[in-house]
Design a protein around this ligand. Structure first.
Ligand SMILES: Nc1ncnc2c1ncn2[C@@H]1O[C@H](COP(=O)(O)OP(=O)(O)O)[C@@H](O)[C@H]1O
Ligand SMILES: [Mg+2]
Length: 281
């Protein structure tokens, strides 16, 4: 019953959607938790690019687009007909009983412009009654007041902030006053995307330079992941990576996502599920 938002101060390319997608799948593969993955953008954008949703039985032409995804949830919520029991009917299953996806909206402003914040925050609240975790791709850049992403960031209990190893991107986040209040006020974890461990800009150097005491992760640049994303095959990529020798880059990628997942679950004080997995339950 917690909400985690993935966000980046950069408008694109930090790996924010990649981290949201890979983290959600890994939680579903490794833990007995039921998660809902959603985002504040348009249909087919962001995390949706990671998955082959078109092949899902629900996503065929018999069912009109409006009948699922964020538009349907917003409409039901507006009519006070959205409940913890019917919410799942408007999602796409990615991992049976573990991970469902809500597709983005068809309209930039959402169903009822001006009420997006209230609707999205109610949807998050209802989803939290049904799922163990609500995972959100809240996009990149400073969120506009009244936008869906701003509303979703406000709903989050924890924010995963994606940056990269460029000093400019790090300055953008760490410089006084440039981090939006909604992020600065909440617990957050920093992730450096497309991480190159041979750079001088290592995790410990970043901590030292910016006097950062919180947790920070690097997700290694992985060619096979990039190709998997382009083929909408992030799910099978991660499933395959579990069986690879730890020297393989894809296994190292999964290992780095697993460390991030442990950190997220620890910060959310969901340590009992961590212990179950350690005992092999
Ligand atoms: N660790 C990584 N290794 C290789 N490619 C990556 C990695 N992280 C992200 N990418 C790729 O970089 C591109 C941008 O990533 P994306 O997650 O969409 O960034 P953002 O959401 O910040 O715009 C995508 O093609 C994605 O597959
Ligand atoms: Mg993105």
């Amino acid at each position: 019953m917690s909400t985690v938002a993935f966000w980046s101060p950069l408008k694109g390319g930090s790996g924010n959607s990649a981290h949201a997608a890979a983290t959600s799948v890994t939680i579903g593969m490794d833990y007995r938790l039921k998660s809902l993955l959603m985002h504040g953008g348009m249909a087919k954008e962001r995390i949706e690019g990671a998955f082959h949703t078109a092949s899902h039985p629900l996503d065929h032409s018999l069912i009109h687009f409006q009948d699922h995804g964020m538009d349907a949830l917003e409409r039901l919520c507006l009519n006070r007909r959205l409940t913890r029991d019917n919410l799942q009917d408007y999602t796409l299953p990615l991992l049976p009983d573990r991970l469902d996806l809500v597709q983005g909206t068809a309209k930039t402003e959402g169903t009822l412009p001006g009420y997006r914040k209230e609707l999205l925050q109610s949807i998050c609240m209802i989803a939290n009654h049904r799922y163990d975790l609500v995972l959100i791709d809240a996009g990149g850049g400073i969120p506009k007041e009244g936008s869906g992403d701003q509303a979703l960031l406000e709903s989050a209990d924890l924010i995963v902030v994606s940056l990269n190893q460029s000093i400019k991107s790090l300055d953008l986040f760490f410089e006084d006053g440039s981090c939006p209040a909604v992020v600065a006020q909440k617990p957050h974890i920093i992730v450096l995307g497309r991480y190159d461990k041979h750079s001088h800009c290592t995790l410990s150097n970043v901590k030292r330079r910016f006097g950062y005491k919180g947790s920070i992760h690097g997700i290694p640049y992985t060619t096979d992941f990039l190709d998997a994303w382009n083929m909408r095959g992030v799910l099978p990529f991660l499933q395959r990576s579990r069986n690879l020798n730890s020297r393989q880059p894809a296994a190292a990628f999964l290992a780095s996502i697993r460390l991030l997942v442990r950190d997220i679950l620890t910060q959310l004080e969901m340590t009992s599920v961590l212990k179950l997995v350690e005992r092999g339950a």
